[in-house]
Every structure is written in structure tokens, then in C-alpha cells.
Design a protein around this ligand. Structure first.
Ligand code: ADP
Ligand code: NI
Length: 215
């Protein structure tokens, strides 16, 4: 039963997100699922079915990928209602998805063990080599600069400026990517983040070196 539901969900997500190129494509979902299941196994906690379902569906209601917030929420709930799973499981899966989607560090809600794991898996995919690729892909799609030396790169943008796209992809490292390692929940993810974080620091050093024309 669980296997069948995972299979149906995987096809639904593949079909729904397949065309997206802003960093929420199917391969992002696959990496989040893999990371989430790995963390759960290492940590020996969380319900694996709930974790896998939430990981697969976590971007489905994203406002950016839907006509409106309500349309996204409806897409998720319509899909879950059609599955042959218990109402309690639907509630748990939906709660995870909505509790992890709080932006930045403003998440004061207590997360369930499953939500902690899926959130960590999603955040890990925003850092390291893959995270760097996603940031430039997103920036390209939005038409923002790779780097703008005129922009303060030290995290001093207001929400307003951020939302109006006064950013560059390099600036996004300071706004978000370099902060993520401090915002992880599980020891396993904290360990996985170390190498990825270090890689981003080295990447930035090399970037500035080349930008400034040093050999
Ligand atoms: P999440 O998947 O956590 O909801 P977002 O939807 O905010 O993340 O972003 C999707 C991807 O695009 C992430 O890898 C994120 O780092 C990147 N991204 C978001 N905003 C920007 C930005 N202003 N500049 C560059 N990359 C961004
Ligand atoms: Ni995601």
C-alpha cells in the first residue's frame, strides 16, 4: 500500500514539476528525498513513509509555482485526498510541508521529527556545489546579475529590496546560503553541511580572485 502511494506520488510530482527550471525541478525533489531518507536512517527516527511523501510533495504548493497560494494548497490537498491513505497521514504530511516552508530563520514553530528531517534535506540541497548551481540557475531565470560589486554583500538588504530583486546571485550566498548551516536541525545534516559550506567559502574566494584579475 505504501509502496503504491509512493509510486503514484512520484509520478504526480514528476509530471507537475518536470518543466520547472528555477531550481524546483524533479531532480531537486529526488535529491531531497534521498537526503531525507539518509538522514532518517542515520538518526534512527521519523516515520519513513511520512518523510518520503513529504519530501516528494514539499514544493507542490509553493506559491511561486502556482497561480496563487490558494491554488497551490488546493493542488496538494486534492492530490492527497485522492490517495488511499488515512486522514491522519494526510494531516501529518501537509503539516510538514507547511511548517518547513517558512522562509529564512523566522520559523518559530516547533517541528515534528519528520519535518526537521525534510527541512534539513531541502536546505542541504541549497548549499554546496548543487546549491551554487541552483543559485545561478535561479538568478539567470530572473535576469539578475551574477555579481554586482555595487551591492553590499554583507547581508544588509531589507526584505523589500530582496523581494524586488535588487540582488545578485553572489549576494544570495550572504542573504541565505552561508547561513543555512546554522539553521539545521539534525546532527547528520550538520555533518553533511560542513563540506558543502567549506566548498562555498572556497568558491567565493576563487570567484573574487578571478573577478579582480589576480592570477
Ligand atoms: P526553497 O526550495 O527552499 O523554497 P527557494 O524557492 O527560495 O528555495 O529557491 C529555490 C532555489 O533558488 C534555491 O536553491 C535558492 O537558493 C535559489 N534562490 C532563491 N532566491 C534566490 C536569489 N535571489 N538569487 C539566487 N538564487 C536564489
Ligand atoms: Ni525544495
Amino acid at each position: 500500500m505504501n509502496g503504491k502511494n509512493i509510486y503514484i506520488t512520484e509520478n504526480f510530482v514528476r509530471h507537475t514539476l518536470g518543466e520547472d527550471s528555477t531550481g524546483h525541478d524533479w531532480y531537486h525533489i529526488e535529491r531531497v528525498r534521498k537526503n531525507a531518507l539518509y538522514i532518517a536512517e542515520k538518526e534512527q527516527r521519523g516515520d519513513l513513509f511520512i518523510i518520503e511523501m513529504a519530501a516528494l510533495l514539499h514544493d507542490i504548493p509553493d506559491e511561486k509555482l502556482n497561480a496563487s497560494k490558494e491554488a497551490g494548497e488546493k493542488k496538494l490537498s486534492d492530490f492527497l485526498q485522492d490517495l488511499e491513505i488515512q486522514e491522519a497521514a494526510i494531516t501529518r504530511i501537509s503539516e510538514i510541508i507547511y511548517s518547513i516552508s517558512f522562509k529564512g530563520g523566522k520559523n518559530t514553530k516547533l517541528l515534528s521529527p519528520e519535518a526537521e528531517i525534510v527541512q534539513d534535506a531541502d536546505r542541504l540541497d541549497a548549499i554546496g556545489a548543487v546549491g551554487i548551481a541552483r543559485a545561478f540557475a535561479y538568478g539567470g531565470k530572473k535576469g539578475q546579475a551574477i555579481y554586482d560589486p555595487g551591492l553590499e554583500t554583507r547581508n544588509e538588504m531589507t526584505e523589500e529590496e530582496y523581494r524586488h530583486g535588487k540582488s545578485s546571485s553572489i549576494n544570495h550566498f550572504y542573504e541565505k546560503l552561508l547561513k543555512l548551516k546554522e539553521r539545521l536541525n539534525t546532527d547528520t545534516a550538520i555533518n553533511m553541511a560542513k563540506e558543502r559550506h567549506q566548498f562555498m567559502e572556497e568558491y567565493l574566494q576563487q570567484f573574487y580572485k578571478e573577478w579582480n584579475g589576480q592570477a
